[in-house]
Design a protein around this ligand. Structure first.
Ligand code: PFF
Length: 458
């Protein structure tokens, strides 16, 4: 919960910030997306590249975002405007703020459709629809759901309403408490599932799939996906972390805080992978490269065969939904905060308006799975295209702008001031990575990867 200090709001403690930012970072990206893209890209090789992307690119950019937010103390768009004007820099850099806010809305439009699947699975689980089900049955249940636009629209609407509800009445009140209770529960449940996978799944096959490095399987497309996902999973490039950073107490150490958030986020993704793949390999009919349906087809088989599967299965999808919920709030927050800064627009109206736009756009994602499934551009449905555009193009692009802005244009002494809690070695490593490694690495991976995906069809 924030308190009023020196004319700006700050979280009560560093831990509230850590929990809120972890709530933003840990979401569908960790539990749904990471396992399936690791599966599609051959496992181990992808995981290693992903970990490098998190440590060498994601963490430095996250530090930069928190630093800009805390220095600006406003919505990301206004913070960027304030910082560029103060430093006498070109207005181009403001694009970091507004581009981020737009990307957040685009992501939320499909994020809430997927979160809707998770919502829909709660009553399915609770009523025992998956009890004793084999892979074929769970596949049919999932495909029947996707083929029914009315059902998808219904759950998508429920999820958008849940998000609007929290954001309209204030992010800070309630969210801190929710994060404090729900994040640890999610962690405990994942551990339970991990134990289940260890006991009943093919644990060693799952382990070697995720952790054995096999060069042959590494593709350019995989590297691009790993980098894009590092941004997605850490909630970078959207302004969400910048918006939350604006409430960070002045004395808290940014470096240590970011390290904790990144560690939590990575652990959740790896544990989710280790809970899912052993189960997939134990059931011959399931495919590790199944794609987006992995979580919704393979896990229910496991729950269906578990003693207390009805209970654990329902609980699991409740927690996936909650993880998605705390992320969704942070996706819409930058745009809402910016609109609400204007005279005549209150937070409530801003949230309703933007929530409606997101809901409307989300319908196109809904239809990507049924009525429009055959309409493809460059081999992609609308949903595939939006996911590609946001995670693999726009997020890295904003990340690139942030790295160049903070590394090369922002006054180093101001950055030093915000990061004065860090040892000088850490500061130097951070600054070096941000200046010399992040920009060329992001640019190269983006350009080569885009060429490979779009032109070479690779
Ligand atoms: N980090 C979230 C996840 O992994 O599911 C997704 C996300 C949330 C991305 C908030 C960006 C953001 F601003």
């Amino acid at each position: 919960m924030p308190s009023e200090q020196n004319n700006f709001l700050t979280w009560r403690s560093r831990w509230t910030f850590i929990l809120a930012a972890t709530g933003s970072a840990v979401g569908l990206g960790n539990i749904w997306k990471f396992p399936y893209i690791a599966g599609e890209n051959g496992g181990g090789a992808f995981v290693v590249v992903y970990l490098f992307c998190i440590a060498l690119v994601g963490v430095p950019v996250m530090v930069a975002e928190v630093m800009l937010g805390r220095r600006g103390r406003k919505s990301p768009i206004s913070s960027m405007r304030r910082l560029t004007t103060e430093a006498g820099l070109h207005g181009f850099w403001n694009s970091i703020g507004w581009l981020g806010a737009i990307i957040g809305l685009l992501i939320l439009s499909f994020y809430s459709v997927i979160a809707g699947w998770s919502l829909a699975y709660i009553p399915e689980m609770a009523t025992g629809a998956f009890q004793g089900a084999n892979a074929q049955t769970t596949k049919t249940i999932f495909e029947t759901m996707l083929a029914d636009p009315d059902r998808l629209v219904f759950w998508h609407s429920v999820f958008v309403a849940m998000t609007i509800f929290v954001v309209a009445f204030g992010v800070t009140r309630g969210l801190g408490v929710a994060a404090r209770v729900l994040m640890p529960s999610l962690f405990v449940l994942l551990i339970v599932l991990l134990l289940f996978a260890y006991r009943y799944g093919d644990f060693s096959a799952g382990f070697s799939f995720l952790f054995s490095f096999d060069y042959e399987r590494l593709t350019l497309r995989g590297v691009l996906e790993a980098l894009g996902h590092a941004f997605f999973t850490l909630s970078l490039g959207v302004g969400a972390i910048m918006a939350y950073g604006a409430y960070m107490p002045a004395e808290a150490s940014i470096g240590k805080t970011v390290a904790i958030i990144a560690l939590f986020d990575t652990l959740v993704a790896l544990i989710a992978g280790m809970a899912i793949f052993p189960i997939v390999f134990a059931h011959g009919a399931l495919d590790a490269a199944a794609g987006p349906s992995l979580l919704f087809i393979s896990l229910p088989v496991a729950f269906g065969g578990m003693q207390a599967g009805v209970l654990f299965g329902s609980l699991f999808f409740i927690l996936v939904t909650v993880a998605a919920w705390s992320s969704a709030i942070s996706l819409i927050e930058p745009a809402v905060a910016w609109m609400a800064e204007h005279k005549g627009v209150n937070r409530f109206t801003a949230t309703l308006f933007l929530g409606f736009l997101v809901w409307l756009l989300g319908l196109a994602t809904v239809f990507s799975f049924n009525d429009w499934a055959e309409h493809k551009v460059l081999g992609m449905t609308f949903f595939d295209g939006l996911d590609f555009l946001t995670s693999r193009v726009l997020l890295p692009l904003t990340g690139l702008f942030i790295a160049i802005f903070v590394g090369w244009y922002f006054a180093a002494e101001h950055a030093r001031e915000e990061l004065n809690g860090e040892q000088s070695v850490i500061w130097s490593v951070w600054f070096y990575l941000l200046r010399y490694l992040c920009p060329p690495a992001i640019a190269t991976v983006m350009i080569v990867g885009l060429y490979d995906s779009l032109v070479a069809g690779g």
